[in-house]
Design a protein around this ligand. Sequence first.
Ligand code: ZN
Ligand code: ZN
Length: 328
Amino acid sequence: MRELRYNPLTGQWIIVSSVRAQRRWRPEGYCPFCPGAEETGYGWDVLDLPNRFAALSRDAEPVRGDELQRKAQAYGYCGVVVETPRHEVKDLDELPLESVTKVVDLWRSITRREMGDRRVVYLLIFRNKGEEIGVSLTHPHGQYYALPYLPLKPRLMADNMRRYYRRRGRCLVCDLVEGELREGVRVVYRNPSFAVIMPFFASWPFEVHIYPLRHVQYLTDLSDEEARLLADALRGGLASLNALFDRQMPYTLAVFQAPLRGSWPHFHMHVEVYPALRDRDKLKYAAGFESATWDFTYDGVPEENASRLREACKRAMQKTQGLLGSCG
Ligand code: ZN
Ligand code: ZN
């Protein structure tokens, strides 16, 4: 069974799926993403694979509901991006710039492909890292969902960016980034086209956003050189997070582009990273208050944490080969 169910209290869709790939026996230590595995073969740098546990499908059955039990077809696609053939790599900052650029280029081509499917309304590219947050496959990989509806968070972003644009005739994010670069206290890393910033309104203790300095809606708007500089900003930002406690930082990363349908000239694409640690051995949980209200309490002072991240960035600069930008 696969369907979307609507929550009329919050205006959200829930993806309901009982799809479970058959639990096949696998030899101890077998990795489905390594070269030579069943789905991967040989001779690749990055791979775009279908998710075996896909909750969405372009072949999903049509469904029928009623006003209080509203349903929709679980149309869409769930994919996996295998980011390197090298199993032992812990995070993207350990890969050379050219390899991370290939990951960004694959994100761009997935975006272009999903733009061509009229029924896909939103594409979310994301990446989970760390056993602490339940990632069992350690081979570097990300995921994406091509969705038939616009999820709540990007919908709110799009609404707020549009409202600001109507009031000021300017882009909300362009103005935010300009202010951050002027003030400087929350800037972690920057290169000629991107800035890694802890937002003034951070929810997670070491949350960072990666903003293009140019006003762009989609990854497909980036030039080849900008795609390379996004890869560099990803390396710089993630290297800083991994240097912070001198251990691998577990996190969720999400790429927020404009919706794929309609016209969103006021939308400013960006990447958000939600690191799970608040200290070397302490996880930040989205617990009672957070899971009840979706609001956050921030334990600490964002500006102090941003300055710690900037110090970590300087340590990362010495360890990480080939970073093109600078800290702060
Ligand atoms: Zn592997
Ligand atoms: Zn903008």
